[in-house]
Design a protein around this ligand. Structure first.
Ligand SMILES: [Zn+2]
Length: 347
């Protein structure tokens, strides 16, 4: 009977949005609700992940907005808190599931890159599992509570505490034409003019874990990643770029009125070279994000703790510095810089 009734409403053009519940946040159409995705204690501590559901008065797609899997990428976290606060359910078509801070321990303890509870990168273990360490269990909860329930997903990051980063987005090539076209439209609507191409055409081994957007893409949900912010700062230019990018995607998906003007001629990057330090010591950059560097050019150096120069950081390829170390702390094996090689626009 329920199905027949719903079909009758659709047939009459009267279909209305449904209640949406994520964790303890339950919002009927036209309302907002805040709550927590509760992750029970297992072999390590429990955690409660904040979630805001903004359920539009009109029907439309469900867009998930996630940040803070790296809890010291502050610009992205602040951007989502502000976006959730300012979103108006009365004028929204569809719904937002906003998860502004996945990695609370990282945020609270100011530990970059990892979840200090279990030492894992919280954007590498999707789809997670119900009985692993905290990162596994959080990933599992987000997979079930957020990814399963959304139609589209944006994962926000930002230069971490030790990263001096140029704003960019990621677009993934999965080899599935319709999915890739939908994600490409999202990334162009988002509006940042540097886009890194991720090649996800080769299937992962069964049981392999992956990042959040790749996981959402495997479920057929168009998804993109955006990064802005650097070195712990929350500058308006970064926060606003992320907020406006999300709003532009919402306009593109017709969740908000108005048109998104897609970025027309972004720089696409096909390969990103990761330069790692070969020495412990103190890092001094010689180049800034956005700089075009040629292969063999020194872009920084490392000294020992007495100030003696012990290693030159040399660009391994010609390209654009997407981010470079922002602080002197440097260990052997740590990332010094990411350099993007300019590619042809994908067709
Ligand atoms: Zn990140």
């Amino acid at each position: 009977m329920r199905t027949a009734w719903a079909l009758a409403l659709v047939a009459c053009g009267m279909a209305r949005a449904a209640d949406i519940t994520v964790g303890t946040a339950a919002a009927p159409p036209g309302r907002r609700a805040a709550g927590f995705i509760r992750v029970a204690a297992g072999i390590d501590a429990a955690t409660d992940i904040p979630v805001i559901v903004v359920n539009g008065a009109k029907s439309g797609p469900i867009l998930a907005l996630v940040a803070g899997s790296h809890g010291t990428e502050y610009a992205s976290i602040v951007a989502l808190e502000k976006l959730a606060q300012s979103a108006d359910p009365a004028s929204l078509a569809g719904a937002l599931i906003v998860v502004p801070l996945v990695n609370l321990a990282s945020f609270a303890q100011k530990v970059p890159h990892l979840n200090p509870v279990d030492g894992k990168n919280m954007n590498r273990f999707f789809p997670g599992k119900a009985d692993g360490t905290q990162t596994d269990r959080v990933s599992w909860a987000i997979a079930r509570q957020v990814v399963d329930k959304c139609d589209y997903l944006i994962d926000l990051h930002g230069g971490d505490l030790d990263e001096n980063l140029r704003q960019y987005t990621y677009w993934a090539n999965t080899g599935k034409a319709a999915l890739d076209a939908a994600s490409r439209e999202m990334v162009l609507a988002f509006g940042l003019d540097h886009v890194i191409i991720q090649d996800y055409r080769t299937p992962l081994d069964p049981g392999a874990t992956m990042n959040l957007t790749r996981f959402a893409l495997t479920l057929g949900k168009p998804s993109v990643t955006a990064e802005a912010g650097h070195a712990g700062t929350t500058r308006a230019e970064d926060v606003d770029a992320l907020m406006e990018g999300c709003r532009n995607v919402m306009r593109h998906l017709q969740m908000l009125p108005g048109k998104a003007a897609p970025v027309e001629h972004p720089l696409w990057f096909g390969r990103v070279a990761v330069l790692a330090s070969e020495r412990d010591g103190m890092f001094y950059p010689l180049a800034a994000p956005e700089a075009y560097v040629q292969r063999g050019m020194p872009i920084g150096y490392v000294t020992d703790y007495f100030g003696n120069r012990v290693w030159d950081a040399v660009a391994p390829i010609s390209g654009v510095i997407l981010y470079i170390g922002a602080v002197p702390s440097m260990r052997k094996g740590d990332t010094v810089a990411h350099i993007g090689e300019i590619a042809e626009p994908p067709r």
